[in-house]
Design a protein around this ligand. Sequence first.
Ligand SMILES: N[C@@H](CCC(=O)N[C@@H](CS)C(=O)NCC(=O)O)C(=O)O
Length: 208
Amino acid sequence: MTDLTFYTNPMSRGRIARWMLEETGVAYTTEILTFESSIMSPDYRAINPMGKVPAIRHGKTIVTECAAICAYLAETFPDAKLAPRADERGSYYRWLFFAAGPLEASVTNRALGFVTPPDKGRMAGYGSYADVMDTLEKAVSTETFIAGNRFTAADVYVGSHISWGLGFGTIEKRPAFVDYLARVTDRPAYKRAKVIDDEAMQALQKTA
Ligand SMILES: N[C@@H](CCC(=O)N[C@@H](CS)C(=O)NCC(=O)O)C(=O)O
């Protein structure tokens, strides 16, 4: 059996990694951490000094950061065919990093009430939220999937951002986002991951 442990909380970005894990089809063990206690433990700080979920431990390798977890799992378990082919690599990394950087930062800042002053857009890696939305719209509309004509790990990550953003109202509900989300989530692994995390969430709420 694969020595793979997944550290998560079902009410977190851990859902992105869960979806990716389910896509790979490999066996893994889950450790659910609570925000109130176990996430702050020294044992978990040794895994992720940021004290944040998700993280995975694969043998002696620890990976944190959802985008890195998606890329790592795609390359480590190639049978799932979620890593990019040579002709997909450019778009794959481009949009994976765009989502982990400009998209994440602009959406979070805006949700927290921070608006880039118009004359300071050059300083911000994402420029403005409006530019990020327009760019994301083009990215998800150019081809069927973010890196070309087939689903890759980059779709797990970009799709998850769009899913959270539309769910929380932090990403504008443009038809291109809604259509892309429907395309990328119409997958058994996505549905399986959702059921597992929804059940884990209910179990946590019962014990709270
Ligand atoms: N950049 C990290 C963000 C991880 C993150 O912020 N996780 C949140 C939950 S969504 C967390 O663990 N928060 C707990 C805390 O900060 O105490 C990633 O992409 O994995």
